[in-house]
Design a protein around this ligand. Sequence first.
Ligand SMILES: NC(=O)c1ccc[n+]([C@@H]2O[C@H](COP(=O)([O-])OP(=O)(O)OC[C@H]3O[C@@H](n4cnc5c(N)ncnc54)[C@H](O)[C@@H]3O)[C@@H](O)[C@H]2O)c1
Length: 395
Amino acid sequence: MSTTELGVGLISVGWMGKLHSRSYDRVNYHYPELGLRPRLIIAADVLAEQRDFARDALGYEQVTGDWREVVAHPGVQAVSITAPNYLHREIASAVAAAGKHFWIEKPVGRTTDDAVAVADAAEAAGVRTAVGFNYRHAPSVAHARDLITTGQLGRITHVRGRFLNDYAAEPNGALSWRFQRDRAGLGVLGDLMTHAVDLLQYLLGPITDVSALTSIMIPERPLPGAGPSTHFAVIEGGPTAPVENEDYAAGLLRFAGGPVGTVEASRVTVGPRCQIGFEIYGTEGSVAWDFERMNELAVCLGRGGPDHGYRTVLAGPGHGEYARFQPGPAISMSYDDLKVVEAALFLKSIETGEQLAPSVAEALTASHVVATMARSAENGGWLPVPAAVPAGAGR
Ligand SMILES: NC(=O)c1ccc[n+]([C@@H]2O[C@H](COP(=O)([O-])OP(=O)(O)OC[C@H]3O[C@@H](n4cnc5c(N)ncnc54)[C@H](O)[C@@H]3O)[C@@H](O)[C@H]2O)c1
């Protein structure tokens, strides 16, 4: 079918900026029916080596050190905002004011105020958005959602959610922007818990009340040197500075429809490496999923019989977007593939005018939950989550 070019701009060429760019490259191959074909016009980063990479490896036609040039570029109709959290609000507000659609990374700002400002700007401009809640797009998560929404698990009674990660388990890991309040906002609550909360809300609906605790487990880290030093950089010796936001958070949850449960997030686990997952229990069955085994879903249907218990269902063409990537079952999909699904939802949202991708309004609901958890952690008391709006409403 004929396609129209969609001029794309990128703001920040870090881990996520590179991944967004690869997804634009791949999206028409996996979704040939799309009426839009991304053209990589201009990328911005403050670091020369990232700009060089954007031009030479990613194929952007132009590069700049000033993100405002991306926003102002007449050939750009859609912008990927993959900058650190402290820039989300200013950049997204400018992009929306310019009437351009945007795909922004979670958590959408440092605070709920930032997320409100971004959601309001998108609404006022009438632009389509996408947010990097990529774990939603795993085919096994889609299968779990189908089992829940079709009632095959019965009434959902309780849940255990988690995101246990080791990216900051190394005490000499550099004190990147993620550990500083003025640049990241919350710690693991903003960074990883937002993913876990979004996944739970996507599967079970809004979280209405929380009680939480938080802890900083590695209180000092080495200061980074010059250059693109991420939290993966290990620095021996040299000056250190305090970690300003939480390494660990745990919460008790109540959902609007009646389920209750727990959720936990850590960036300092030794053992679990990237375990975002859930175990969801209903009166007629249960499902369990762990991103470290992304293509497997543990499913138990029914309450009796000699073979009662979990069995492993491998992802296959009947599950979510799997068939876009592989023709037969049990051929592993990857993290990068989830981002291609997200790119497709973003482009389809622009093409049809219908918000299909996870939206900034949904990111705002996750932001309210984690902000309420942070407030609750001051004394552990129960607090209601303000303005809970059903997640998944855009899908
Ligand atoms: N969806 C996910 O699974 C996921 C995973 C990782 C990160 N993220 C999110 O993506 C965002 C970026 O994280 P990352 O890991 O890619 O960060 P990163 O540290 O790898 O890269 C950040 C980049 O921003 C650039 N930058 C800094 N200031 C800038 C400015 N003023 N103008 C232009 N560029 C500037 C840096 O030079 C660097 O290249 C964060 O909001 C993070 O929460 C999401």
